[in-house]
Design a protein around this ligand. Structure first.
Ligand code: AMP
Ligand code: MG
Length: 348
């Protein structure tokens, strides 16, 4: 299959016309959102959902998020809309928050990975909103990467993973946030965060007064089953083996430098992911500036591109500092720890 790439500028009506046609006929279109690029298909068509799983190589029990452009759509897709959800919708939509509802019968089980709940989000990216509105389709869209790979934050990343596997890519340039939406489940007694993201627990607490965090993601080593099925899979991984080294600044740099020297001596290619303020502490090849913890929005925005850059240079071993601090530190580390397959060295 030939994958057509078209610019997603709002005035490029031809691009949206073609994308609409693809969606209405059960095909797949990758498109920009404010979090990462999504791989979209008609959420109400089983065949379209099946194509999404096939294109990504995604396990069929890992449900898709349904993207909408107005709040009325929630009432068509969800069986119940609790008042917690209404408050969250008013506070954070359009934006990087996904809400899990009891699903209505019109949503096929393929879209929800067999669950009786459906995850819904109203993105704020103008191209995403225009595509949903123009097509009149509820768009099921997981991240537009091959399963297990870092999520795409540019259309070039989507081309790397999806060229020849999908009908079309709408190129809207680099995305703003860079990590996936926060997911909140409102189907139980207590609203619960299933995946951390740009909308933090504190921001949600300010609106609802209370929110729980799925214990399986608080302690990722616990072996508990996460409530968001996708959170159990190794994810976001670069091709090289990634290890996180945590502790005080100087000790971390010393240990990473030692590990790099050892691997280089054995003939392996390495890369280092360091805070802007620490880059100068290293004297080895391929030290990538991951942004500053003091401005963690930049770390989040660049994280997946950086992991892909490690692949581009053929790094076999990657050593990263920890980026725990800051409002987004929790969401960033959730992704980085998974990318590292939980390989963490503590030096304090
Ligand atoms: P992605 O769009 O690639 O970021 O993946 C969607 C994430 O949302 C995965 O982790 C899914 O497991 C999660 N998800 C989607 N639908 C549901 C649902 N109904 N209940 C819980 N988690 C969900
Ligand atoms: Mg994903």
């Amino acid at each position: 299959m030939e994958t057509v790439v078209l610019k997603a500028e709002p005035q490029n009506n031809e691009a949206f016309k073609q994308a609409t046609e693809v969606l209405r006929t059960g095909g797949l279109v990758a498109f920009p959102t404010e979090t990462v690029y999504g791989l979209g298909g008609d959420a109400l068509r089983e065949d379209a959902s099946q194509k999404i799983y096939a294109a990504k190589g995604r396990p069929s029990d890992n449900p898709l998020i349904v993207h909408i452009a107005d709040t009325d759509s929630v009432y068509k897709l969800a069986e119940e809309v609790p008042c917690h959800a209404v408050k969250l919708m008013e506070a954070f939509w359009p934006g990087p928050l996904t809400i899990v509802f009891k699903k209505n019968a019109i949503v096929p089980a393929t879209t929800t990975g067999g669950l009786d709940t459906v995850a819904i989000r109203m993105p704020s990216h103008p191209a995403a909103l225009k595509l949903i509105k123009d097509s009149g389709v509820f768009i099921a869209a997981p991240s537009a990467n091959l399963s297990g790979r870092p999520s795409p934050t540019t259309s070039e990343h989507v081309v790397q993973d999806m060229n020849g596997r999908i009908d079309m890519i709408l190129d809207g340039g680099p995305v703003g946030i860079g990590i996936e939406s926060t997911i909140v489940d409102v189907t139980g007694d207590r609203p619960t965060i299933l995946r951390p993201g740009f909308i933090s627990a504190k921001m949600i607490k300010d609106i609802l007064g209370d929110v729980a965090i799925d214990p399986a993601i608080v302690d990722m080593e616990s072996g508990m089953r996460p409530k968001a099925p996708g959170m159990k899979y190794t994810h976001y991984a670069p091709k090289g083996e990634l290890t996180i080294v945590e502790g005080s600044r100087d000790k971390v740099a010393e240990e990473i430098q030692r590990l790099v020297c050892q691997k280089n001596k054995d003939g392996y290619k390495t890369a280092v992911l360091a805070d802007t303020d620490n880059v100068a502490l290293y004297s080895c090849d391929n030290v990538f500036d991951a942004g500053s913890k003091k401005n963690d929005i930049t770390v989040a925005a660049g994280l997946y591109a950086l992991l892909r850059s490690c692949d581009d240079i053929g790094a076999e071993y990657i050593f990263s500092e920890s980026f725990e601090e800051g409002d987004m530190g929790y969401a960033i580390m959730n992704r980085l720890i998974k990318a590292a397959g939980h390989r963490i060295i503590s030096v304090d």
